[in-house]
Ligand binder design. Structure first.
Ligand SMILES: Nc1ncnc2c1ncn2[C@@H]1O[C@H](COP(=O)(O)OP(=O)(O)O)[C@@H](O)[C@H]1O
Ligand SMILES: [Mg+2]
Length: 395
């Protein structure tokens, strides 16, 4: 028995919404991709979302209304996916939506004797359930934080179900706005996973600022290929405290933002813009390789790196990873039939299903939480109750 579910992901790159239609097995351990679409954000929407995500103070009405608007935009994508794939609403068990991250504050701060760790993803699940008529699971990260976790990374469960293998130590790298890694030991032990630092975010900013204001990213990494890498700047960047902090750890684009770029640009005067794009871009593969060497025990050191996320299209990142990690075979997740642009959306579909089933999806050793958690909030529709009844004892 399998169930059709839809997963939605819109990450920190703010490029748009990825939607994946998948089949999930009744036990919540197997997933099969059926169809995917990406709907890019318009320039003006991207600018507004960027403002909310990076500005320290925001207008509360604007934020609240954007929560509703994102709920509608995500619903539009669900409708488009159903149409394109020729699927009927009644055949979908649930939509699982990550939402757009506006702030991520996992630090272990206390006020009035209580933890105030928090993360904010917008795109109201109630709007989506009302619009689509499909039950929606949203807001996946907070439950893990409520029990002391980072709320991230959550994709390691999917990585381990798809790629963990008894023959070979492997790792999965996702290069979104931020990059994260999941190390999958061949012995079958629990994965190790954390955010390594910048993914595309700094290279995107550098391309727009130093090459052409109209560029959203450096296509194929071609500008980075043309510049010279300044090692002294890279070394100074690598001295940032995030890179040496022990996992569990997670970060966000509020950390690797314009201010961080300004700091890098200020380190050496008179460096040509093209060289700066190459150097800033190189921080992504360099911090990934450094994190693996620094934190992964030799016995578990991966032989293969399976890469997903938009950064897989940046050939500069891929080439540099191969150079910096010669002991590893660096491949796209496409090698295993997993479209690199939809892996995360698939992951949320799987987690949404597991939530409806009452199964946990977080891995405490990864997030630092006290216990595994059933993640997310459910916005119900009557169809969900049919599932709960039909579901009794079907696996
Ligand atoms: N052809 C390409 N060349 C270089 N970079 C690309 C290309 N296509 C996508 N990207 C990068 O991937 C990003 C989107 O990746 P994605 O995995 O969706 O990240 P996120 O999860 O943060 O939204 C873009 O912002 C861009 O930086
Ligand atoms: Mg994206």
């Amino acid at each position: 028995m399998t169930y059709k579910c839809i997963g939605l992901m819109s990450g920190t790159s703010l490029d748009g919404i990825d939607a994946a239609l998948v089949n999930v097995s009744a036990d919540g351990n197997t997933i099969h991709f059926l169809h995917g679409i990406t709907r890019p954000f318009s320039d003006s929407l991207r600018k507004k979302l960027m403002g909310l995500a990076v500005n320290e103070t925001v207008n509360k009405e604007e934020l609240a209304r954007m929560d509703a608007l994102m709920g509608h935009l995500l619903s539009d994508v669900v409708e488009q996916l159903l149409k394109e794939s020729g699927t009927e609403t009644k055949d979908i068990l649930l939509v699982a939506s990550h939402g757009q991250t506006i702030g991520h504050y996992p630090d272990k701060e206390n006020q009035y004797g209580h933890s105030i760790a928090f993360t904010l993803q917008i795109g109201d699940g109630d709007v989506m359930a009302a619009r689509t008529g499909i039950p929606v699971v949203s807001d996946f990260r907070r439950r893990d934080m409520a029990v002391g976790g980072e709320g991230a990374p959550l994709i390691p469960l999917l990585d381990s179900l798809l790629f963990q293998n008894t023959e070979q130590n492997r790792c999965c790298l996702n290069i979104g706005g931020i990059a994260n890694i999941t190390v999958l030991p061949a012995c079958g032990s629990t994965p190790m996973a954390f955010d390594t630092g910048p993914g595309n975010c700094l290279s995107d900013l550098a391309a727009a600022r130093l090459i052409d204001h109209g560029l959203k990213f450096d296509p194929g990494g071609e500008n980075a290929f043309c510049g010279k890498i300044h090692d002294e700047i890279l070394d100074r960047a690598m001295a940032d405290a995030y890179f040496t902090q022990l996992p569990p750890k997670s970060t966000s684009r509020e950390y690797f933002d314009e201010k961080f770029l300004n700091f890098l640009l200020g380190l050496e005067k008179n460096v040509p813009f093209g060289d700066m794009v190459a150097t800033v871009s190189c921080l992504t593969p360099r911090s990934i390789a450094d994190a693996l060497h620094r934190f992964v025990p030799v016995d578990n050191f991966p032989k293969e790196m399976i890469v997903s996320g938009g950064g897989v299209h940046n050939r500069f990142f891929m080439e540099k990873l191969k150079l910096l990690l010669p002991e590893m075979n660096v491949v796209s997740s496409g090698k295993y039939g997993i479209d690199p642009d939809f892996k995360e959306a698939m992951g949320f579909a799987l987690m949404g299903y597991r939530t409806m089933k009452g199964l946990p999806s977080s891995i405490p050793e990864v997030t630092g939480a006290r216990l595994p958690q059933i993640l997310g909030k459910i916005s119900l529709t009557t169809s969900a109750f049919h599932f709960f009844q039909r579901d009794k004892g079907d696996d």
